[in-house]
Each structure stands twice: as C-alpha cells, then as structure tokens.
Design a protein. Structure first.
Length: 117
C-alpha cells in the first residue's frame, strides 16, 4: 500500500498530467510501499525531532487543520517551485539586461586553458 504522502504527491502530478488515465496512477501507487517510504524518512525526522515531538505532530496531523496541511502541502510546494523558477528566470534576464546597459562592465575573460592542453 502506498503512503499517504506518496498518494498526495501522485495526486498533484495527476493535476498536471490529466491526459494520463487513472489506471496508470493506480498501478504506480501499488509499486510504492509505505515501508520503503518510511525507511527513507525516519532517519531524517529522528535527526530533528524527539519521540515526544513526533507524538505531538501525529496528534496535530489528525486534526482538521493538520489534515488540511497534509492535503495542501504538495500543491503549495509544486506551485512554489514553479514561482521560484519563473522568478529566477525573470531576475536573471533583468540582470543580463542591466549588465549590457551598464557602462564600463565587460564580459568576464574566457577561462584559461589547463596546463594539460
């Protein structure tokens, strides 16, 4: 059985790839085991949270707000990555324009060939 996180991750992808039939996603989810997922994440959480912290987090995620966070986090992350990528491209383009307009700034010299060449 797939973990809840994996299902939500797939659900976010399903939004972007609406042309792919549900059967594909269902078969893929069968391949993703909760045990495999847990083995990857347990050491990370153990590094930052005590057992008591994790117990409190579990209680929180069972609340309506916790459930809302579980549902929305993959979507928020996906949109955040897209916005960050677009912003990076925008400021990169703006920087190149400013550098080309600026007087006295030149392109850096090409790298020196290595001694082996």
């Amino acid at each position: 059985m797939a973990s809840l996180g994996a299902k939500q991750f797939i659900d976010a992808y399903k939004e972007s790839y609406k042309m792919i039939p549900d059967e594909f996603w269902n078969e893929f989810l069968k391949e993703v085991s909760s045990e495999e997922f847990s083995k990857l994440y347990i050491p990370i959480y153990a590094k930052y949270y005590s057992e008591s912290d994790l117990d409190e987090l579990i209680r929180f995620y069972k609340t309506p707000l916790g459930q809302k966070i579980i549902t929305n986090t993959p979507l928020i992350m996906k949109e955040s990555v897209e916005v960050g990528r677009d912003f990076g491209q925008k400021i990169g383009k703006r920087l190149v324009e400013k550098l080309s307009e600026a007087k006295g700034y030149q392109s850096p010299p090409p790298p020196m060939p290595s001694k082996g060449q």
